[in-house]
Design a protein around this ligand. Structure first.
Ligand code: ATP
Length: 439
């Protein structure tokens, strides 16, 4: 423990360096004593300054404020050169000892949400990264799937994390890109549904600039840009899951948020056609999809988690859904939990429109009883196979291909199901995201 003498606003101020925090005690104008404790975990940057013949130190740190948001706070103290140098050297040592990222690849979708992603990054995030000494390699996407493709060839050797500036769709694309790159670098055959996915080294941070921004809200409890940026800068990460979808002997996609076959997929396909309506399409279009809902004869095969027996459920179903960020009961609400060790598959059988609307409303409101309906079956699995035994098929290139249109909502994007059978597998802790809850 070292105590240094400073001045703050011309009044004496004591700065004590403890093992895990910096304590600053100073007098306010009304002579009231104030104590500020800054955990080294929250330290962002320290600057020694010389201005008009006086030496000072700026300590930039993170301060939790209301509604789970974080803000940058700056504390300025004055003293002679020796005291200033001692404080700067000590705090720089603490900063160097943490896991904060120093070089990030930033991927911006200029067309996300209200097309503000570039502005959001350059005006709000880049100055913070600069203050914290973080170098960036910025890529602005030119079209869908470009982010995924760029990640296949980008030199990642010095990169310590990936940052998406956009919505859930861009996060999903980058998740696909980084998982694919990791498998390629490790010689894993991604087209084999039983291949074990090698975990990705690079955590993903998300700067919200999209339409829905659900992942970031599940992560931080807010879609505040500065909070999201600070979570990246602080460097704490947590594991999250991915699931793979295979059909026709090939990988179709990985998902990191949701996989909704049937009703949810049809809703997304309908919403895509009305993209020009902006976010309001998500309020209007799903209603018409629900009113014209279609049930399909579906067989779901899965391995029972407890008995390890292979089981099958066949029924006329409206949907087969999986929440990769799991919906778990906490009191009377469903909360979103990352990195669970099993996957839950929900099969919704044919039911009355009234009951179905009641169930979907509870789900939208995240009510804990959203799955307590006799037409919804929940199974805990590591993976499952969905078959459509009675849908018309044609032969194409020696394979049976579906004639009709069948959709999955894959992280908010439409994934076409073209084969009468597809496989879903859980890849536990396949990657990490910036944003361990620190407040
Ligand atoms: N330059 C681009 N032009 C058009 N589309 C792009 C471009 N870059 C990425 N995309 C695609 O746009 C889709 C949607 O992007 P994104 O998720 O960033 O925004 P959003 O749909 O407005 O937000 P949310 O997914 O949160 O609702 C993604 O699937 C991505 O592949």
């Amino acid at each position: 423990m070292t105590t240094l003498s400073f001045f703050k606003n011309s009044k004496a101020c004591q700065v004590t360096l403890h093992a895990s925090s910096l304590q600053v005690v100073y007098q306010k104008k009304n002579n009231k004593l104030v104590t500020v404790d800054i955990s080294y975990v929250y330290l962002l940057a320290v600057e020694g300054r010389y201005n008009n013949g006086a030496h000072s130190v700026n300590v930039h740190y993170v301060k939790p404020v209301v509604n789970r948001r974080l803000r940058v706070e700056t504390l300025t103290v004055h003293s002679d050169l020796d005291q200033c140098n001692m404080l700067v050297t000590a705090l720089q040592g603490e900063l160097a000892a943490t896991d904060k990222p120093k070089k990030l690849a930033v991927i911006i979708n200029p067309n996300s949400g209200k097309k503000q992603a570039e502005k959001v990054f350059h005006n709000k995030v880049a100055p913070l990264f600069k203050l914290c000494g973080i170098e960036t390699h910025v890529v602005v996407t030119k079209a869908p799937k470009k982010a995924r493709d760029v990640l296949q060839t980008l030199d990642l050797s010095e990169i310590e994390g990936l940052v998406t500036v956009g919505g859930d769709g861009l996060y999903c694309e980058v998740l696909n890109g980084v998982i694919l790159r990791t498998q390629k670098d490790n010689g894993v055959n991604v087209n084999d549904p039983d291949s074990k996915v090698v975990r990705s080294r690079l955590p993903i941070g998300i700067i919200p600039a999209g339409t829905g921004d659900m992942v970031v809200q599940y992560l931080h409890g807010t879609r505040d840009v500065m909070t999201a940026a600070l979570k990246i800068v602080l460097g704490a990460t947590m594991p999250t899951n991915a699931v793979s979808v295979h059909q026709g002997g090939e990988l179709s996609a990985y998902a990191g948020l949701v996989l909704g076959f049937g009703l949810q997929g049809d809703m997304m396909a309908d919403c895509e056609r009305f993209r020009w309506m902006g976010h309001s399409r998500y309020n209007v279009i799903p209603i018409s999809t629900v009113l014209s809902r279609r049930s399909l004869d579906v067989e779901v095969e899965y391995e029972d988690e407890t008995t390890m027996e292979t089981k099958k459920t066949s029924d006329a179903m409206f949907s087969v859904d999986t929440y990769v960020v799991s919906k778990e009961q906490r009191g009377d609400k469903l909360q979103h939990v990352f990195g669970t060790d099993t996957l839950k598959v929900y099969m919704t059988s044919k039911c009355s429109l009234g009951k179905h609307v009641q169930q979907l409303t509870k789900l939208k409101e995240n009510e804990a009883s959203a799955f307590d309906f006799d037409f919804v079956q929940e199974k805990r699995v590591q993976g499952y196979t969905v078959r459509l035994p009675n849908e018309p098929v044609v032969m194409e290139g020696g394979k049976r291909v579906l004639r009709g249109k069948y959709n999955i909502n894959c992280d908010g994007e439409v994934l076409k199901i073209t084969h009468p059978e597809y496989h879903v597998r859980l890849h536990h802790h396949a990657l990490r995201v910036f944003g361990e809850a620190i407040v």
